[in-house]
Design a protein around this ligand. Structure first.
Ligand code: ASP
Length: 312
């Protein structure tokens, strides 16, 4: 198989002044994941490498620099899913895991269950060699300042202006045909402690099935969950099987991958009025993406091996 990789750094109202840093972050993540795939490495290692770069970058709402919850704590969720086995590893309500995607991977590979939350997830991660940190080490100065403004006044988007950030995600296909999708987030700003959005939920914020494709979503979790957006996008990818054609039924002039992505976001808008976006690879590695927010940060490796990133 020809390897393929796509990443995102969230769909939201990315202001002009944040475009360059979001773009640069996506490019670094893409380069890290592609280094793995180009060397013949595994899709699971590639999505982990890409997501770790995004989690470590405070520009994005994942790992260090995540939004703070109503109590002023970072509370992270992550998932990684294997399109070959349909098995996922997911972790939610993490306070002390520097790279939540690593906790999700440990659950995927070593846990009899597919999802752990809170202390149980952190304990399992530690037992399986994932580094824990102090909760405060995940708090960035910008997020702390925003939270203080919300605390003194009340939660308002204006207090987060310029760093509303986005969830991150990656989908990779390796040369052996293994397909993995992953999503990592700090969730929504000033969320109630214990709130879990779409991101770590199989089928909602992430889905992968090697027979159809892999998807990672971003946006308003309470809406994305309603339409099980990642699984819906995967089902739209299957439309070609029933239709027996290689173009999506509604969008004849674009690839199946682009058509499926758009149809899933259209479904989100039509049925929930919600906003968000997604990235995907179809089973052959064709990239698709769509969003109905003002902008989304994303990037993928083009057919000739060059990295393409955009915040548009
Ligand atoms: N979907 C995430 C959540 O609701 C947030 C985001 O993607 O920005 O937790």
């Amino acid at each position: 198989m020809k390897p393929a990789l796509i990443v995102h750094g969230g769909a939201w109202d990315i202001p002009d002044e944040a475009v360059e840093v979001c773009n640069a972050g996506c490019r670094r993540a893409l380069a890290a994941g592609w280094a793995v795939l180009a060397a013949g490495g595994a899709a699971l290692d590639a999505v982990e490498a890409a997501i770790v770069v995004l989690e470590d970058d405070p520009v994005f709402d994942a790992g260090y620099g995540s939004h703070l919850n109503a109590n002023g704590n970072v509370e992270c969720d992550a998932i990684v899913m294997d399109g070959g086995t349909l098995r996922a590893g997911a972790a939610a309500v993490l306070h002390r895991v520097k790279n939540p995607i690593r906790a999700a991977r440990a659950i995927l590979e070593h846990c009899p269950h597919m999802m752990l939350v809170g202390e149980g997830a952190e304990h399992f991660a530690k037992e399986n060699g994932v580094a824990l940190c102090k909760a405060e080490e995940l708090v960035s100065e910008a997020e702390w300042d925003a939270w203080m403004k919300c605390k003194k006044d009340k939660h308002a988007a204006a207090h987060h202006r310029g760093h509303e950030q986005g969830t991150v995600g990656a989908v990779a296909l390796d040369r052996d045909g293994r397909l993995f999708a992953a999503t990592s987030t700090g969730g929504t700003c000033c969320k109630l402690p214990g709130r879990v959005g779409d991101s770590p939920l199989i089928g909602c914020g992430c889905y992968a099935d090697a027979e159809a494709g892999g998807v990672s979503c971003t946006g308003y979790g309470e809406a994305i969950m309603k339409v099980v957006m990642a699984k819906s996008a995967t089902d739209f990818l299957r439309a070609r099987d029933s239709a027996g054609v290689t173009t999506g039924p509604d969008l004849p002039n674009v690839s199946v991958a682009m058509s499926a992505a758009k149809r899933a976001v259209d479904l989100l808008a039509a049925r929930t009025n919600g906003t968000g976006g997604l990235i995907l690879l179809d089973r052959d590695g064709e990239a698709g993406f769509a969003f109905n927010t003002p902008r989304m940060a994303y990037g993928y490796v083009q057919a000739d091996g060059t990295l393409f990133t955009s915040v548009s």
